[in-house]
Every structure is written in C-alpha cells, then in structure tokens.
Design a binder for this molecule. Structure first.
Ligand code: MSP
Length: 539
C-alpha cells in the first residue's frame, strides 16, 4: 500500500483536570467523521485521540479533591474514554500520557535532543500564565496589562533553571517548510487566515524552556536531571509521534507507516502556536538525530474556531457554560447520535468564525436535512415499493428511458471528495445530500404515485422507483461518515448489509466501486421500517 492510501488523523489530547465537554467532543467527532470517510474510500486509516495528564492544573485540582494526581487523572481519563466510546468514536488508540509506553518514548526523544545539543541547560525569567501553563512574551504581557488573555487572571513573574529548546535555530527552516507547502498546494496550516498570523510570529521566535522544576514529580523527568520534569506541552506534543512510533515486533505492530503518510492534526485556535511552530521545529530537530531520520513533518495542522454559547462566550469549563456529558446525552436521546454528529460536523466552527450552539438551530437542521430530506425520501420510496411492488425492488424496464434519472456517482463523488480533502465538512455534507434532493425533484417531476393509478404504467413506475432506490443507496454511502447508524440500518433494509460487514471486518470500504450505478438487485425485498429520523416537534 502506498502512503497516499494511508491516512493518519489526530485530535488534541485533552487535559484531565475536569470532565469532558462539547468542545472536546467536537474535535474528536470531526476527526472521526474524516477518519470514517477515509476508511470508506479504502484508505488504511489511523485515528488517535486521548488525554494529557501531566499539567500542573491536574495535580492542583487533585490536591483540591484530596486525591493523588494519578488517581484524579485515572478517574477523568476514564470519563473521556467512556464518553468517546458512548459516542461511537472509532479511534484506533487512546493516549494517556502517564502510560509507560508514552513516557518511554518521550524520554528517548528528549535524550536524543540533549545529545544533539538542540536541548540545553539555562536560566529563564518571564511572565507565566498559570491557567494556560505557558510563558507569555514580554510585549504581549504588557499589551494585556499583565493579565491572561484567556482567563483574565494576573500573570506571575517566574524565574527557573530550565532546559531550553533551540527554537530560534528553526526560524528559517520553518519558514522554508511553510513556503514549500504553500507551493505544493497543501499549506501547512489551514485555514489560510490563521497561517499568516503564525508566519509573522515565527520570524521572531526565541528559544523556549522545555522543563519545569517543583512539579512534585508529576510529569516525565528530564533524562539525567531528576529535579526537572519535561514541560507538559513538550510531553503532550510528542504523543502524536510516540503512539505510532512502534515497530513490527511490538505489541502494537508497525505503525510507523502512518506517521510517514503525514499526520493531519485537528486542533482549535487556542493551541495553534504549539502545533504550528513548536511541534514542527521539534520534529525538524529530531529528524537530525541518529535513528530518527525517518521522522517527517505532519501533512497539515487544521485549526478550527470555537463553539460559543448563544451569548457569544467561548464554551469552557472555567466559564461553566459548556454542554457537559449529561447535556450531550440529552441531545442523543432526543435526536439520536447521528443527528449530533451531523449537526456538529456540518454546522461547526471549522473555518475562522466561531459557531453559536443554538438548540433552535439544532432542531431546525435536524428537521430540514435529516427528517424531511434523507429520512423522508427513504420512507417515500420504500412506501411506494411496498404499495405497488409488494415490497420487492422492481426491475427497471429498458423502454422507459424518457423517465430515467441517470444519476451517476460520477456526478456526486468529485465534489464530495474534494470537500473532504479540504476538510470543508459543511459542503461535504451538502454534497452527500445532493442525490437525495435529486430524488425528491425526480419524484415531483415524474409523479410515480399518479402514474401508478393506471396498471399499464407499472413498468415505468418500476423504473422510476428502481432509480430512486439506487440513488438513495449512493446517497447513503456518501452520508455514512456523518450518519453511520442510520445508513447501516438503511443498508439492512435494502439488502446491502455487506457494506457494513466489510467496513467492520476489513476496516476499509470501497467507495469508488460501491457507488457505481447498478449496485441494487431487482427483486430484493425492501423493508419500510420506522422512519430513520422522525420529525421533531417541540413539546
Ligand atoms: N492538553 C492541551 C492540548 C495538547 S495537544 C498536544 C489542551 N487541552 S484542552 O483540554 O484545553 O483542549 C483544548 C482543545 O479542546 C481545543 O484545541 C479544541 O480542540 C477543543 N475545545 C475546547 N473548547 C472548545 C470550544 N469551545 N469549541 C471548540 N473546540 C474546543 O489544550
């Protein structure tokens, strides 16, 4: 398998200082939809999510709770894992940075950088944002009245003995990477507007401390300096490499080809600098070390914006306005998990603007796209097949070409695929619904329910309904990454359950082949079943 048929997608690893909320669920869900698309089209896919444990705010919160950091992290890591499982995320592994396999790799990477001289010992004094666990540059701190940009709390003046990373040595190499990627047509950071802000900052970047003292041992020790722990951000960024840096003889098998394929990192704008500058610079440094020549750079950092509440405030734990797991469950039990996936993925803040999470918009999108469009169209066609053909898919008759819809996957696939490749999930969702809209228009135009009143027209009606069912089959393939449960149920009803079996058993599908015209067999029993998406009426 060539690298272009492999796909590696990651999410940030989330802090376990508290329970998961909608923001975390969002990024993991978006990555899940994208991972499913790649599996569907036959790419060998690896999808990684997980949690970031060694933050000071984790050990502080643990102390507040009267627990050890590890016990507190265990409890919250389990909550994240459980939510992701319940939401049917298809991640192939789940990172915990306190796991031995993670610590072992990170220690090796930092050792290699110490050996090469890109990590060195020194003193650091600066303005520290305790909530964000990061030093804020002097000018930025002054601009903001020495308060945190994120939570408004006062910054603290801090001096410490540290190990530093020679970030300044990577200004030009990084700018070269950015220029090369622009030229190749796949910019390193997307969307474009975010990239420009980073490029300007890269030109001025200085060396950064990558260790901390006084963490009470919560963290990964700097090799050879037991009083220093590796800064949580360095520890965390390395997860993306560490979890696929496994050889054929390991318990996880050879995952390195996934790294070689070029990672796609989904993140939000709060953590862009770390991913767009520090991370690739660390990788450029590591690549120069013996044994790590194979380590290439990620394919892309995709930076989305925030879900905000109706009032425009960022949803966050500290603001207390987030949708917690109970609220998320509420949506799932009212509308179904597919509806949550569809709404988040297609109406979310993937671009440069924030999205307000509005319950009214949620039910509106549910009714318009899912209940009235996909769900209703499936019911309509199945009902007519039930009524006029005794529930068996009619044979298309060769002499009714006048009515032929001539849908062809060739018309739908290119746009759909491009939107997935550029990570424009709103448009990808719309492209997936296009065959459904075309079926609705076709039924309006040909009026099979009227034609069926005269038995002489039945061959024509049969052709129309065959074509509608066939187009809905194609739509269900395209919709599957967004609506896996409903599409799999629909496949069962139209005699196509083998798609789900292949996706499950082989881990990959064959979209190009499956979506060719003519996948349905005449005479197949078509089951009406309950509506896939019952219309939502507010009580
Ligand atoms: N642990 C670091 C990331 C290390 S990655 C090597 C961290 N954790 S976090 O728990 O704060 O998660 C931040 C991420 O959660 C964001 O980048 C985004 O993916 C997601 N979101 C958190 N709140 C969000 C919104 N309100 N809206 C959208 N996404 C949000 O930073």
């Amino acid at each position: 398998m060539t690298d272009s048929r492999r796909f590696y997608v990651t999410t940030p690893i989330y802090y376990v200082n508290d329970r998961p909320h909608l923001g975390h669920v969002y990024t993991t869900m978006v990555a899940d939809v994208v991972a499913r698309f790649h599996r569907l089209r036959g790419d060998e896919t690896f999808f990684l999510t997980g949690v970031d444990e060694h933050a000071a705010k984790v050990s502080e919160k643990a102390a507040e709770m009267g627990m050890t950091p590890q016990a507190w992290a265990d409890q919250n890591a389990a909550a994240f894992r459980e939510v992701f499982e319940r939401l049917e995320m298809t991640n192939d592994d789940f990172v915990r940075t306190s796991a031995p396999r993670h610590k072992e790799r990170v220690t090796q990477y930092v050792q290699a950088l110490l050996d090469s001289g890109d990590v060195y010992e020194g003193d650091y004094e600066g303005w520290y944002d305790a909530g964000q666990e990061e030093y804020v540059p002097e000018n930025k701190a002054a601009q903001n009245d020495f308060k945190s940009e994120v939570n408004g709390k006062l910054l603290v003046r801090k001096t410490e003995k540290n190990y530093f990373f020679k970030l300044s040595a990577y200004r030009d190499p990084l700018l070269c990477v950015y220029a090369e990627r622009d030229e190749s047509g796949v910019p390193f950071v997307q969307p474009e507007a975010r990239k420009n802000e980073i490029v300007n900052r890269i030109k001025e970047m200085e060396d950064v401390p990558i260790s901390r003292s006084g963490t009470g041992g919560w963290g990964i020790p700097v090799p050879g300096a037991a009083d220093q722990t590796i800064y949580v951000w360095i520890d965390a960024l390395f997860n993306y490499l560490a979890h696929v840096d496994t050889g054929a003889d390991s318990e996880w098998g050879d995952r390195r080809p996934f790294w070689r394929a070029g990672a796609v990192h989904f993140i939000a704008k709060d953590i862009l600098w770390f991913h767009a500058a520090i991370w690739p610079a660390l990788l450029l440094a590591l690549q120069k070390c013996k044994g790590y020549e194979w380590v290439n750079l990620p394919r892309q950092v995709y930076c989305h914006s925030y879900w905000v509440s109706d009032t425009g405030a960022k949803m966050s734990k500290s603001l207390g306005n987030f949708l917690d797991p109970a609220a998320i469950d509420n949506y799932v039990s009212t509308f179904g998990l597919d509806a949550l996936r569809y709404f988040l993925a297609t109406r979310g803040p993937l671009g440069v603007s924030d999205s307000a999470f509005s319950p009214d918009l949620f039910s509106e999108v549910y009714n318009s796209d899912l209940a009235n469009t996909f769900g209703n169209c499936c019911s309509r066609v199945a009902n007519m097949i039930g009524k006029y053909f005794d529930g068996h898919l009619p044979e298309p008759s060769p002499d009714s070409n006048g009515n032929a819809m001539r849908f062809a996957a060739a018309d739908y696939l290119p746009d759909y695929t491009t939107h997935f490749e550029t990570l424009d999930l709103g448009r990808a969702g719309e492209a997936a619904l296009r065959p459904v809209r075309d079926v609705d228009a076709f039924i309006e135009r040909t009026q099979p329910f009227r034609l069926a009143k005269d038995p002489e027209n039945l061959p024509t009606v049969g052709t129309i309904l065959f074509e509608c069912a066939e187009a809905l089959r194609i739509a269900s393939l395209l919709l599957w990454p967004f609506l896996p449960d409903a599409c799999e149920l629909f496949w069962n009803r139209i005699g196509c359950s083998s798609y789900a079996a292949d996706l499950r058993d082989q881990g990959v599908g064959n979209l190009a082949d499956w979506s060719k015209w003519g996948g349905l067999q005449a005479e197949t029993p078509i089951e009406k079943g309950n509506p896939l998406f019952p219309r939502y009426e507010e009580e």
